[in-house]
Design a protein around this ligand. Structure first.
Ligand SMILES: [Zn+2]
Length: 254
């Protein structure tokens, strides 16, 4: 299985692929908007640069903004009162942060954090809810993305409980690479441990196993995928299950 989880967006219109300030748009949801809806959204977009570990919102926060992820990676974390957290979702340029606002819920249930340096188009929450009723295509796309994310969150929750750290690490590296594009991921083992909800020592052992098998190389502050097909074999079934589900949904008549 050498397919990527995300295929490039197929733009259904002749939209300019930059915003009004010349910033390149990579977000698949924005790229697929019909022109009349894009015109409504365009003036509300503000490109923001998110440093690594920048928190977009905490669990319980009132959602003041929504974000169309443009580059980089945003992690969705489940957070516990003792401060422990585990990643339950991963968003790249296919996605959006702020889904509760789509249906009128105003608070966040999870933490959203930039996992590596990212850019996103921010829209003020009030402006977003004001224009959404006039953008049926955008609303439908966000509902679809909500289903994809819910499917992935469900799978990852089971994965975190049932599968070994090295399988989960492989699954996680593949998911990240699918979203960022290049095979080199600027991620520390400390951060990987936080994402996988395990001890750093476990990640070190698992990463060492994958490196000795020639699947990845570890450098200071980064991970490079060397043999993607073998990394897919090393990952638990969850990666393939999620890939096939997204492909099935996308290719089905709508
Ligand atoms: Zn798994």
């Amino acid at each position: 299985m050498a397919r990527k989880l995300r295929s490039p967006a197929k733009s259904s219109s002749k939209l300019p692929e930059t915003d009004g300030d010349g910033n390149h748009i990579y977000n698949e949801i924005l790229l697929q908007l019909p022109p009349e809806e894009y015109d409504l959204v365009r003036s509300k977009l503000e490109l923001v640069r998110l440093r690594t570990h920048h928190v977009l919102h905490e669990a319980g926060d009132t959602l003041k903004s929504v974000y169309f992820c443009n580059t980089g990676l945003i992690s969705i974390l489940s957070v516990f009162p003792d401060g422990k957290s585990v990643e339950v979702g991963l968003i790249g340029n296919e996605g959006f942060v702020g889904l509760p606002l789509v249906v009128g819920f105003r608070t966040a249930f999870t933490r959203a954090v930039a996992q590596i340096e990212a850019t996103a188009f921010r829209v003020d929450g009030g402006a977003f809810t004001a224009i959404l009723p006039r953008c049926p295509s955008l609303e439908r796309q966000l509902q679809k993305f909500s289903q994809v994310l819910a499917m992935e969150v469900t799978q990852i929750a089971a994965c975190n409980r049932l599968h070994e750290v090295d399988e989960r690490l492989a699954r996680w590296l593949l998911m990240s690479a699918d979203r960022v594009g290049p095979n080199s991921l600027p991620l520390t083992q400390e951060f990987l441990a936080q994402m996988l909800g395990t001890r750093r020592s476990s990640v070190t052992v698992s990463a060492g196993i994958l490196q000795r098998a020639g699947l990845i190389t570890l450098t200071r502050g980064g991970v490079t995928i060397v043999d993607r097909p073998k990394l897919e074999e090393a990952a638990c079934d969850c990666y393939g299950i999620m890939v096939r589900q997204v492909e099935g949904w996308r290719s089905a008549p709508q």
